[in-house]
Design a protein around this ligand. Structure first.
Ligand SMILES: Cc1cc2nc3c(=O)[nH]c(=O)nc-3n(C[C@H](O)[C@H](O)[C@H](O)COP(=O)(O)OP(=O)(O)OC[C@H]3O[C@@H](n4cnc5c(N)ncnc54)[C@H](O)[C@@H]3O)c2cc1C
Length: 535
């Protein structure tokens, strides 16, 4: 049997979760790279407590109308109040012309109607943890945030369905489902902050997407405010309704079809047994081969994650996790199912890991140890701020068998450009997350984007996809030309036009070209890179 993980993670035995680890979180908030609920406090903003001082333009007619709908405290329009809404966890930034934070679906509908009538574009926003610039307000758009829509309406344990508002966090749904003896499978690493609306918008994945699939497999229905302000419902508590199924089209539509105001989620029974293993490898190559070998052996783990040496070092420096400092890579493998199954799989996984070069294999002995391992994995991104203040991350997907070769090429690109690179990713489903670390105060962003585009190209040339879970957003819109023909993109536009013929919702996202976001400096660079590398 594999040894216990105690000793690496916490030499004195399991830590009470959230105690020391939380105390040792010295990370400072940094411009565009540190995750978090980027929305400001909803109430009491200076935006609305006093009239505009002399010399400052008064609120527009649209802002006045939005104030009537949502209340003055829930509309932001002054330049200084808009600053915190101009970015998400991705790289680009641009201020919206105003922000509305409605308190009900009816208010969302009235806000959308007012914006539509005023000819203003609209950007839906959850917690702003998106990593592809999906909430950046291009083309003078207003932002509509779901911060106040945070009710879990019901958890039906018999039907295994949860009905929730879009602003509820992913973790809150998981916790509520667990209390009802059920399990909500999508678990993005951002789950403490990211919202279900944002998870639907991006078709979020997470470690457990390997076995259970991403959000699209867990959304039964949505209520959505259409771009003209109508409220429509697609699907619902019952799966497989007759007629066209628009739900999978809406999931992953990145706010380009409407604003989701209620979601029906599929819940699953809790597995009887869960086992979590950590394997240490001398290098990333052997770790990647072992991951492929596990799947080839016929076992499909619930999750399989890889951390490289740089990430392990950053985690050890930032938190009290005590991972083996000399590890070249670490594989986190979780299996779940009936006890008889997991016993068999456990033996087989350990054999495969060792055969493929693991120098040590351990397993979590308790639920607390298991949660600690996952906490270490999910804090990996934040820990990278220990090394450099900024980072640039993509989430290309590559066929699993090409993983070792692609990782070698990705690391070679980073070395050629002279960047430290961290790799921490969902290796089980081939979802890469190469993170280029840099300091935006001294290093030009254009060069970082150039290296990053080369990495994307390697993944595409290996038969991969542009994005596995973060969405296309503003960040990869021009690179869509690498994978889709003009006809493909036109067909997608026609689907979008069926919902939004005028282009009110989230302009400048997903599709390449157009001038909605032309005043964002990095847009020009991306366009040139996408076009240059295509030729
Ligand atoms: C540390 C960290 C770890 C992460 N780990 C993962 C991971 O493991 N897996 C993963 O998939 N992602 C991950 N992400 C990315 C991000 O958390 C997800 O994309 C998440 O789904 C975004 O949720 P959000 O509430 O922050 O949405 P936002 O960033 O606010 O919005 C994301 C997109 O959804 C749209 N949207 C938001 N709300 C609505 C709505 N109500 N109606 C219609 N459209 C809407 C927005 O317009 C935008 O296009 C991570 C991010 C960070 C910072």
């Amino acid at each position: 049997m594999p040894g216990p993980v105690v000793g690496w993670l916490c030499p004195q035995g399991p830590l009470p979760l959230g105690s020391r680890a939380r105390r040792t979180l010295p990370l400072r908030s940094h411009a565009v790279t540190v995750p978090g609920d980027a929305g400001p406090r909803v109430r009491g903003s200076r935006a609305t407590r006093s009239p505009a001082p002399p010399g400052i333009a008064p609120p527009s007619a649209l802002v006045l109308r939005l104030q009537e709908i949502c209340g003055e405290d829930n509309i932001f329009w002054r330049a200084e109040d808009l600053l915190v809404w101009e970015y998400d966890a991705g790289f680009d930034r641009h201020p919206p012309s105003a922000v509305a934070v409605p308190g009900s679906a009816d208010e969302v509908a009235a806000v959308v109607k007012a914006a539509h009538d005023a000819g203003a574009a609209i950007v839906p926003r959850g917690a702003g943890t998106g990593l592809s610039g999906g909430t950046i307000a291009c083309g003078g758009a207003i932002v509509v945030a779901t911060t106040r829509l945070r009710t879990i309406h019901s958890i039906d344990a018999i039907a295994r369905v949860a009905v929730v508002d879009p602003g509820v966090t992913n973790l809150a749904v998981s916790a509520a489902a667990r209390e009802a003896g059920l399990f909500f499978a999508p678990d993005p690493a951002s789950q403490r902050i990211s919202t279900i609306g944002g998870n639907v918008g991006t078709n979020a994945g997470g470690p457990h997407a390997l076995r259970y699939g991403s959000m699209v497999n867990h959304v039964l229905g949505v209520e959505m405010v259409l771009p003209n302000g109508e409220i429509a419902r697609f699907g619902g508590a019952v799966a497989d309704l007759p007629g066209y199924d628009c739900v999978p089209l809406i999931v992953g539509s990145e706010g380009t079809l409407g604003i989701i105001t209620k979601i029906w989620l599929r819940l699953l029974p809790l597995p009887e047994d869960v086992r979590t293993f950590v394997a240490i490898f001398p290098d990333i190559d052997r770790g990647a081969r072992a991951a492929s070998a596990i799947i080839a052996s016929g076992v499909v783990p619930a999750a399989m994650e890889m951390l490289d040496k740089v990430t392990i070092g950053a985690l050890n420096a930032a938190f009290d996790v005590h991972l083996p400092a000399d590890a070249g890579s670490l594989l986190l493998v979780e299996i779940e199912g009936l006890r008889e199954e997991t016993e068999d799989w456990a033996a087989s996984i350990e054999r495969v890991l060792k055969k493929n070069g693991a120098t040590d294999v351990r397993s979590a002995a308790t639920q607390a140890e298991r949660e600690l391992l996952w906490k270490a994995r999910k804090l990996g991104y934040a820990a990278l701020a220990r090394i450099k203040p900024n980072n640039y991350l993509h989430d290309a997907v590559v066929p699993r068998t090409r993983m070792p070769d692609v990782l070698r090429q990705v690391n070679a690109i980073a070395e050629r450009y002279g960047y430290v690179i961290a790799n921490m990713f969902h290796i089980g489903d081939g979802n890469l997350h190469p993170v280029l670390l840099f300091d935006a105060r001294t290093e030009p962003i254009d060069r970082v984007m150039e290296a990053s585009a080369e990495i994307l190209k390697v993944a595409i040339d290996a038969g991969g996809a542009l994005t596995g879970e973060h969405g296309v957003g503003l960040e990869k819109n021009h690179f869509m030309l690498w994978v889709f023909s003009a006809e493909d993109l036109q067909a997608m536009r026609r689907a979008r036009d069926a919902f939004d013929p005028v282009g009110t919702m989230n302009p400048g996202k997903i599709f390449p070209g157009g001038d909605a976001c032309a005043d964002i400096p990095t847009e020009r660079t991306k366009r040139a890179l996408a076009e240059g590398m295509w030729v």
